[in-house]
Design a protein around this ligand. Structure first.
Ligand code: ADP
Length: 192
């Protein structure tokens, strides 16, 4: 039975890099709602056209749309067989509920919710250092504030279910990956 992992972390936490290492080592399918939306925008699909303005303004695409694209993605054989690493989803309580309902009806489970913890001061200086045009101190603070508002209730929910594991995201890439592997090895049942 497919098992699923969820990775969470602030922008600048190294979540993207670690997600690709996890996918490579554990053979789970990377499901990034941000990547799916960007692909839809590039292809100028109906979804992409609707999502573009929202994404450009830094807002959130509606729960109905997001829940729909994830449910559709989950019907594919690769996820049925290999499970997934969810990245960027769920982002709201409604999305979390939709995910739990969907997995419940499939008889599948979440092995762990990995929260990559890097302090706000550190992600701020990492983002300032990369010097992107939209990385002013104020814009960074706004995005981080939004993340905090959205994710706090999710962390609480997954914490209550005993699924949440906080991973120290400070140190080298290898150090952090080592910590993630320890947790995944302990929580995920070996696949045949
Ligand atoms: P970042 O890590 O930069 O916050 P993502 O790549 O995960 O962003 O997503 C980019 C944009 O796509 C978000 O700012 C948002 O507009 C939209 N998006 C992605 N995932 C979701 C989601 N689960 N719910 C609502 N909107 C989403």
């Amino acid at each position: 039975m497919a098992q699923h992992l969820i990775i969470m972390g602030r922008q600048g936490s190294g979540k993207g890099t670690q997600a690709s290492h996890i996918v490579e080592k554990y053979g789970v399918v990377h499901v990034s709602t941000g990547d799916m939306l960007r692909a839809a925008v590039a292809d100028e699909t109906e979804l992409g056209l609707a999502a573009k303005a929202i994404m450009d303004s830094g807002g959130l695409v509606s729960d109905d749309i997001i829940n729909g694209i994830v449910a559709e993605r989950f019907d594919a054989d690769d996820i049925v067989a290999g499970g997934s690493l969810l990245d960027g989803f769920p982002r709201t309580p409604d999305q979390a509920k939709a995910l739990l309902d969907m997995l419940g009806s499939r008889g599948e489970s979440i092995a762990a919710v990995l929260n990559l913890d890097v302090p706000i001061e550190e992600v701020t200086s990492r983002m300032m250092a990369r010097g992107r045009e939209d990385d002013t101190e104020e814009a960074i603070a706004n995005r981080l504030g939004l993340y905090e508002d959205q994710t706090a209730p999710l962390l609480e929910l997954f914490g209550e279910k005993g699924l949440l594991v906080v991973i120290d995201g400070m140190g080298t890439e290898d150090d952090v990956f080592g910590r993630l592997c320890e947790v995944i090895d302990a929580r995920m049942e070996p696949q045949p």
